[in-house]
Design a protein around this ligand. Sequence first.
Ligand SMILES: [Zn+2]
Length: 394
Amino acid sequence: MLSRRAFLSGAAAAIAGRAVRVAGQARTFDLMIKGGRVIDPSARLDGIRDVAIAGGRITAINANLTASAAETIDARGKLVVPGLLDIHTHVARSADGPPLVLQDGVTGWIDAGSQGADHIADTIAVARSSAQQGRVLINIGRAGILPEGDTMDLARADVSAAKEAISKNRDFIVGVKARLSRDVAGANDYEVLRRAQEVASSFSLPVMIHMGQTISPLPKLVDLLKRGDIVTHMFAPPPNSIIDDSGRILPAVLAARQRGVWFDVGNGMTGHLRWDTVDAIVKARFWPDTFSTDWNTNSRQTGVIDLPNCMSKLLGYGMTVPEAVARVTVNASRTFPVFKDRGTLKVGAPADVAVLELREGTFEFLDNFNGKITGRQRFFPSATVLAGKRIART
Ligand SMILES: [Zn+2]
């Protein structure tokens, strides 16, 4: 005999089932992600839901979907979030890059200036063959990233070469990268950025600057940035960080955010992130717009590990889980038009989904200076769905 409780929950299920039929939606889905904590900041959604996918699109999100599906992912105890977007990577340096980050839940990536005009075809070839969306920023230094410094020789910041490369590859080049540190551009930093902006503006594209340890004062550089441009490595320590010694965010930085310049983490490996600088910047309540990895094929052996790990680093500073998710989904989708319909689980959107685990415990997070902090929570990748299809884990 049924207990009253079992009878009631059975009745509730019957009602839910009837509701589906009444709405004319009794159907078979291609894929169902069942019972996870769905966090979609684009819809201000944070709750236990089932996500149904058909024809490569999100078809329904509901608390208890009873329709059948060809395949089911059991997401109980896990997070279900829009596919992650990583706007500062070097994924396109290797054909192995795209499938590796796809395993981490990254369904869209930007290669941020691995190559300049001379070899841009190499990174575009990787982007073209990537299963997920991948696009590139062209390095204003025509030879790309050089150990001796991309634009130490100012002649390498070649405006006409960059313009020609962009006009031939409008579909894959989505912006211009200017790396401005002392060891990359030397005293040329301001002129390199001026040239990058000249190129980008002529195509209405954004510039991404690599800040930190520049020779020119940061305000002089930031003042050249327009709405939609991106400052990466925003947690870089002095000289020329975004905050002064007394803990105030520089007025030029506040003004840049005010006019629509984005501030990105760009975790990386050397010189870009130091815990005392992070501490001062978040104390001033200047939170990043986006998290990114500055990923390369060695990242797993560094403090980067993967994008979910980089997303975890501010949880101990008071950032909430949905706020962290927003920074690699809806916020990131606004930075480049190629991601305009991504970073969301709204019904009708392309079905790019990341299933993550949010583990509780004691986790060590590294900066770029062998500094360690301990956190109580860390995101781990669990499953990736791209265009409605579950990606096999390797
Ligand atoms: Zn980089």
